[in-house]
Design a protein around this ligand. Structure first.
Ligand SMILES: Nc1ncnc2c1ncn2[C@@H]1O[C@H](COP(=O)(O)OP(=O)(O)OP(=O)(O)O)[C@@H](O)[C@H]1O
Length: 444
């Protein structure tokens, strides 16, 4: 068994692309198969080395490893060979119509109530007509003659699938400048590289019908590949994700401090009936099952991802998280804040709270209470009982309790209306910082 993830380096990966990478990887590993990374860079105008580098970096960060890799632009000689064969067999046929001519034809067909598919006029071109066109300086591009019928397959996610080839225009597979299109290059690669399972987005269903036809023309046996088309992942408003717009990009999730295993766990369960929980990679592999993937589009739920990430961060030990913490951070600090952050990007703020500077918000109606808090703050040395001693005294002298007692203190000491336990933070902040913060809050 061998699977592949074949992104085009035309942008940075978003969570939708990542869903496919994760599905291919987990499925391959679950079944003892191989996993190949193939960079589909035949679209030279849009492909960029920095995107390719970005893709590798994001996949590596996620913890996905691949056994082989390939790049389409390194296989151009092989493609040329196959293209010649398809031309010789007549399956690739030369076309000379311009964009404008094709547009006019499409409009005519629509007016005549016919589907706007290519009429195969160029199939009837005589050798003389072709010579004349070339003598006039026209260079052909090449279409693939689809068979007249439907291509069917049993999809691991979508079930029975069928694509009616008579309802599709013969696809252009070679441009006038001789460059190959993705649709053909990808079939040649999948055959040459012994890919057995093609797991990709639902946007490829029509391509699959065409590609089965191409694979057949290249001599592949029936049902050579097993297909699984996973529904697209939409943003929370149901909108399309786009590599070009960098929407929900892996890079930005990484920079915000989402843990890679949060993403793997989430993506392995999104669009299934099973709830995600924070898994190890081994658990994700062992529990992955394409049969659980729903046929309908799934929405990416940031709130759910953050809740999962909070749990993932909570479970990290000081040693595991050290690299993401401020340089001087201690284990006590991590233990105090670890249950209260959704994103690692929030950690520096808590470091400022316990060891740096913050500007407390103004609480004019609580100034007197804060002054009382300052007056009753126990002198050093502090110990485990200091918080209790302080708040008991404060409670007695102010007559406050519950939220009225704790919220002004929390706001004055941390600048936030929620966060780690105050008694733990107090110990980390120390007497001097606590005093000056209360003073600042009184003056704010
Ligand atoms: N929103 C999405 N949800 C799930 N899978 C997706 C989504 N968008 C793309 N994919 C899948 O990601 C894989 C990588 O494809 P590709 O690199 O062509 O991405 P793309 O986002 O479609 O790129 P482009 O915008 O350049 O066409 C394919 O399997 C494709 O089906």
């Amino acid at each position: 068994m061998k699977l592949r993830f074949a992104p085009s380096p035309t942008g940075y990966l978003h969570v939708g692309n990542a869903r496919q990478a994760v599905a291919n990887f987990l499925y391959a590993r679950r079944n003892g198969g191989k996993f190949l990374l193939r960079i589909d860079d035949t679209d030279v105008a849009r492909s960029k080395p920095e995107y390719e580098e970005g893709i590798r970096k994001d996949l590596t960060w996620l913890g996905l490893t691949w056994d082989e890799e390939a790049r389409q632009t390194e296989r151009l000689d092989r493609y040329a060979e196959v293209i010649e064969k398809l031309k010789a067999s007549g399956r690739l046929y030369p076309c000379f119509e311009s964009e404008e001519e094709l547009k006019a034809k499409r409009e005519m067909r629509i007016r005549a109530g016919k589907p706007p598919i290519y009429d195969r006029a160029m199939l009837k071109l005589t050798p003389e007509q072709r010579e004349r066109a070339e003598a006039n300086g026209k260079v052909p591009y090449w279409r693939f003659k689809l068979t007249d019928g439907s291509r069917k397959w049993q999809d691991l996610v979508m079930g029975d699938c069928s694509v009616k080839l008579t309802a599709i225009s013969d696809p252009v597979l070679v441009r006038a400048d001789g460059t190959i299109l993705y649709t053909l290059a990808s079939v040649i690669d999948d055959l040459d590289m012994d890919i057995t399972h093609i797991v990709r987005g639902e946007d490829h269903v029509t391509n699959t019908g065409v590609q089965i036809d191409i694979a057949d023309a290249l001599g592949a046996k029936a049902n050579h590949f097993t297909f699984a088309h996973l529904p697209l992942l939409l943003d929370s408003d149901g909108g399309k994700l786009s590599k070009r717009l960098d929407s929900l990009g892996l890079r930005s999730l990484r920079h915000d401090g989402v843990e890679p295993m949060t993403i793997i766990s989430y993506l392995s369960r999104v669009g299934t009936s099973e709830d995600p929980y924070v898994m190890t990679m081994d658990e994700a592999i062992a529990g992955y099952n394409l049969a659980n993937v729903s046929k309908s589009a799934a929405r990416f739920d940031m709130t759910q991802l953050l809740a999962l990430n909070r749990k993932a961060l909570h479970s990290l030990t000081f040693d595991q998280v050290k690299d993401q913490l401020p340089k001087e951070a201690t284990e006590d600090f991590w233990n105090a804040v670890r249950g209260n952050v959704d994103l690692a990007a929030e950690i520096p703020h808590w470091w400022e709270v316990t060891h740096g500077e913050i500007v407390p918000p103004s609480q004019p109606e609580d100034r007197e209470f804060l002054q009382l808090a300052l007056n009753t703050l126990p002198e050093e040395p502090w110990d485990e009982g200091t918080w209790k001693k302080w708040t008991t005294a404060l409670k007695e002298q102010s007559g406050r309790k519950g939220k009225a007692l704790f919220m002004p203190l929390r706001l004055a000491l941390t600048g936030e209306d929620n966060g780690p336990e105050l008694h733990v933070l107090l110990g980390l902040m120390g007497h001097e910082r606590t005093t000056s913060r209360l003073r600042d809050a009184i003056l704010a």
